[in-house]
Write a protein that binds this ligand. Structure first.
Ligand code: PLP
Length: 402
C-alpha cells in the first residue's frame, strides 16, 4: 500500500517557516467573502477553494476528507458526525421512494435496523437481505428497481469476507452502485481499488482509535461527493450531519498512527485466535486458515497490516457468555463494552447488544449464535499475559482445555 498518512497531511499543510507541525484548526461556522458576487458563485458551486458555511465545507474537515480520500484512492471524501450519518446520507442520496436495495444479512445492527424498519416504512424503499458470500443469491435478489448492493468488507459480527471484486462485477453488469462499509478493515482492504463505488466508515472505531468521539466518513468520486453537499438537493447539506472541525483535527492526528495500530491489533488478534483454537474454543478469525473467507481475504488485503483486530468466539449460551465477560473484565483483560478499534480490548455478546436489532429467528438463520462473544483485540504490550487471564476466566466458567 502506497498511502502514508504523514505524507498526505504534509501535502495539505503548505508549511511556511515557523508554522506548527499540525494543521491549524479552522474554528469557524461561517466565512467572510471579499465580494457579494463571489459569495453567490460559491453557493452555485462555481468557485474553487472558497468556503461558505461549515455545514457544507470547512478547511479542517476538507483536510481530513482529503487525507481519507488519498487513503482510499478516491477522488473525494466528506466527513460526518457518525458512522450512521455516513451510511444514511449515502443511502438517501442514492435512493428514492420506490427503489430497492440488496444488502448483506449480517451488518452492524444499526444499519440492519435502518434498512429493515426505517427505509421501508418512512421512504417506501425495500430491502432484500442476502447471504453476501453466496453470489448467486445476490444476483437472484436484484430487481428492475434495485439501486445498490450494500455490504461490509468484513461483516459485523460474523466476520464474513465480502468478495468485493465479484460484487463489483455484478453491480456493473446491472448498473448498480456498490457501497462498502470498511469500518473493520481500514488500510487492510481498499474497497474502491477493488471496484466498489462508495466506501463508508465509522471513524469512531479503528480510524480514530481513541474512543473519545463518534465520527464517520464517505469516500467516492467527486460527482457523488458534490451531489451529497449540493445546496439544493444534497442529503448531507440538507440533513446536516457534518463533523465538528475540532474533532476532525484530533482524528487527523490519530491517522498518523493508524498503520502501526492496525499491525499490533492484528498481531494480538492472531495470537489470541491461535490460543483459543488450541484450547478447543470455537473461534472465528479470518486470519486462521480454517476460516471460509481466509483465502479470499488474502487475495484482497494489503498483507502488511494483518487480518485485523476482530475475533469472535462461541460460548454456547448468552448466560455463559455474560459470565465469562464479567470474569474477563474483573481480571483486567479489557472492558465489557460495545464498539471496537480501541487500544484496550473490548468484548460484547453481539446477539444481545450490537446485533440485538436483528430478530432472534433471523440471528439463528444467519448463524449468529446466542453465545457469540465479539472481541476487538487491543494493543496490549504483553498479549501472553492477556491470554493467561482469558484462560483463567474460561476455567472459572467451567470450560476446560480440550
Ligand atoms: N458500521 C459498523 C461496521 C459499525 O460497527 C458501526 C458501529 O458499531 C457503525 C457502522 C456505526 O457507526 P457510529 O456508531 O459511528 O455511528
Amino acid at each position: 500500500m502506497k498511502f502514508d498518512p504523514a505524507v498526505e497531511v504534509q501535502k495539505i499543510m503548505n508549511l511556511s517557516p515557523f508554522d506548527g507541525v499540525n494543521p491549524a484548526i479552522s474554528d469557524s461556522a461561517t466565512f467572510a467573502f471579499s465580494r457579494g458576487d463571489v459569495m453567490h458563485d460559491t453557493f452555485e458551486g462555481k468557485t474553487e477553494g472558497c468556503f461558505l458555511y461549515s455545514r457544507h465545507w470547512n478547511p479542517t474537515n476538507h483536510g481530513l476528507a482529503d487525507v481519507l480520500a488519498a487513503m482510499e484512492g478516491a477522488e473525494a471524501g466528506w466527513v460526518t458526525s457518525s458512522g450512521m450519518a455516513a451510511i444514511t446520507s449515502t443511502i438517501l442520496q442514492l435512493c428514492k421512494s420506490g427503489d430497492h436495495i440488496v444488502s448483506s444479512n449480517t451488518t452492524y445492527g444499526g444499519t440492519y435496523a435502518f434498512f429493515k424498519n426505517y427505509l421501508p416504512s418512512k421512504f417506501n424503499i425495500e430491502i432484500s437481505f442476502v447471504n453476501i458470500t453466496d453470489l448467486a443469491e445476490v444476483e437472484k435478489a436484484i430487481r428492475p428497481n434495485t439501486k445498490l448492493i450494500y455490504t461490509e468488507s468484513m461483516t459485523n459480527p460474523l466476520l464474513q469476507i465480502s468478495d468485493i471484486p465479484s460484487l463489483a462485477e455484478i453491480s456493473k453488469k446491472n448498473k448498480l452502485k456498490l457501497v462498502i462499509d470498511n469500518t473493520f478493515t481500514p488500510m487492510i482492504i481498499s474497497p474502491l481499488k477493488l471496484g466498489a463505488d462508495i466506501v463508508v466508515y465509522s471513524m469512531t472505531k479503528f480510524i480514530n482509535g481513541k474512543n473519545d468521539c463518534i465520527a464517520g466518513a464517505i469516500c467516492g468520486n467527486s460527482e457523488f461527493i458534490e451531489s451529497l453537499i449540493d445546496v439544493n438537493s444534497g442529503t448531507a447539506m440538507l440533513l446536516g450531519p457534518v463533523l465538528d472541525p475540532l474533532r476532525s483535527s484530533s482524528i487527523l492526528k490519530n491517522l498518523y498512527t493508524l498503520h502501526v495500530r492496525l499491525q499490533k491489533h492484528s498481531q494480538n488478534a492472531m495470537y489470541l485466535a491461535v490460543k483459543f483454537k488450541e484450547y478447543g474454543v470455537d473461534i472465528n478469525y479470518p486470519g486462521l486458515k480454517e476460516h471460509p473467507g481466509h483465502e479470499l481475504m488474502k487475495s484482497l488485503m494489503h498483507g502488511q497490516f494483518g487480518y485485523g483486530g476482530m475475533i469472535a468466539i462461541d460460548m454456547g449460551t448468552t448466560d455463559q457468555a455474560n459470565e465469562f465477560m464479567v470474569h474477563m473484565q474483573e481480571k483486567g483483560v479489557g472492558y465489557l463494552a460495545v464498539s471496537l478499534g480501541y487500544f484496550r480490548t473490548l468484548f460484547s455478546n453481539s446477539g444481545t447488544s450490537t446485533s440485538s436489532e436483528v430478530p432472534i429467528e433471523e440471528q439463528k438463520k444467519m448463524g449468529l449464535s446466542e453465545g457469540l462473544v465479539r472481541f476487538s483485540v487491543g494493543l496490549d504490550m504483553d498479549i501472553e499475559r492477556t491470554w493467561k487471564l482469558i484462560e483463567t476466566s474460561l476455567k472459572e466458567v467451567g470450560i476446560q482445555h480440550k
